[in-house]
Every structure is written in structure tokens, then in C-alpha cells.
Write a protein that binds this ligand. Sequence first.
Ligand code: AP5
Length: 213
Amino acid sequence: MKIIMLGAPGAGKGTQAKMIAEKYGLPHVSTGDIFRANLKNGTELGKQAKVYMDQGQLVPDELTVKILLDRVAQEDCKNGYVLDGFPRTIPQAEVLDSELTKLGEKIDWAIDVEVPDENIIDRMGGRRACVKCGATYHVKYNPPKTEGVCDACGDKLILRDDDAPETVKKRLAVYHEQTQPLIEYYEKKGALKEVDGTLPMNEVFDAICAILG
Ligand code: AP5
């Protein structure tokens, strides 16, 4: 099963993608996590991506598409995956489709997690992320057992650099301009499903499971 998570920054794509990955035994592939891991490891790709991420801009397609295609070509992705944060532009979606068509495959579901912009700023300010394992928390809606410490690996939790309110506003503008058109793109392909992302996390997940079966 090949699934794409769509939605604004902070809509809960990552939260739901991890839950889907666990329940259905699929790898969770997040381009944002791949860039952050590269940055942490001091790679050239990480340094290049950071410049765009810190400004709330998209990393150019030339850098992004290759890392995604390399990742989904790995053995653990042969029975499917959950893509979180990719595609983010129509050209990215077209490259993915054309690569899948060559393999006789297609995207099964594009799940749009819908959350209005007003709710997003509140969510981002309260998000805490683990730099080591990528787990995500929220100080109010999904707090870790011990404040500032990751439940999963014990490392410290941080506020992401790109979660500053001004950068979030920029990311939202970029989302509406460049990523939202993908909703219509996948609707035309008959793969689109929409869920209400303002509900509590487990209710959002129940709605997604009802779609995936
Ligand atoms: P990326 O890491 O993909 O960020 P994003 O898409 O902006 O999404 P987020 O991770 O910020 O949010 P999310 O929707 O996953 O929400 P989450 O589950 O954490 O990308 C970062 C940057 O990398 C981009 O800006 C760009 O520069 C670059 N990039 C990445 N991919 C790219 C690509 N393909 N092309 C070009 N550039 C790319 O939830 C948010 C918070 O809300 C959390 O605290 C969570 O606990 C809480 N929450 C979740 N669900 C609920 C709920 N139902 N109720 C209450 N709280 C909730």
C-alpha cells in the first residue's frame, strides 16, 4: 500500500503517518526528517536544505526528488510506504508518478489532513521534537511523560527552528501556493481522501483507518 499524507505544516501529517506506519507495518518516509538527519550529521545536503528550511521555503526539487527516489528504492519500501512531506509541488508529484508507472505501480491513497490556518500557529508553538529519533510531541495535546525528554529514546526535546511564528506564517503561504494544488491533482486521479484534522489525534487516526481498511 502506497500512501501520501497531504496537509498544511502542522496539520498532523507526521503524527498520523507514524501511527499508520506502525499499524500497517509500512516504512514512514519523511523528507523533512531526512533533511534534519542530514543537518544533524553535518552533510552538504543538510547544510544546503537548512538555508531554505529556516526561511520557510521549500528545498529545490533538484535536491528533494533524488533523495526521495533513492529512499523508496530501498528494500524496506518494496511493499509500500507512507510518504510524509512529499510530494509538495506538482513537478514532484509528476516525477513520482512517472517513476511508479515505470514499475507498473501507483499511489493508492492521498490523505489530506485538513486543519484551518488559525489552528496551525497554536499547534506549532507547542510542538516539541526529538532531534535523535524524530518523535513529535505537543506540550498540551500530546505531552511527553517527562517534560523536555523523549519517551521513545530519552534524548532531549527541542522547538524546531522553523516553528517560530514568523517562519510558520511563511510556510503556510508557501503551502497554499505550491502544495495545496496537489489536492486537486490527486482528486483527479481518484486517490484523494479528506479527514478532519482538528479532531483529537486518535479520532483522526480512526477516520484514516476506516479509509485504509
Ligand atoms: P516537514 O518536516 O515535512 O514539515 P511540514 O510539512 O511543514 O510539516 P510538519 O512536520 O511541520 O507538521 P506535520 O503536519 O507533520 O504535523 P505534526 O504531526 O508534527 O518539512 C520541513 C521543511 O523541510 C519544509 O518547510 C521544507 O523546507 C523542507 N521540505 C520537506 N519536504 C520537502 C519537499 N518535498 N520539497 C521541498 N522541501 C521540503 O503535528 C504538529 C503538532 O500538532 C505536534 O506538536 C503534534 O503533537 C500536534 N498534533 C498533531 N495532531 C494533532 C491533533 N489532532 N490535535 C492536536 N494536536 C495535534
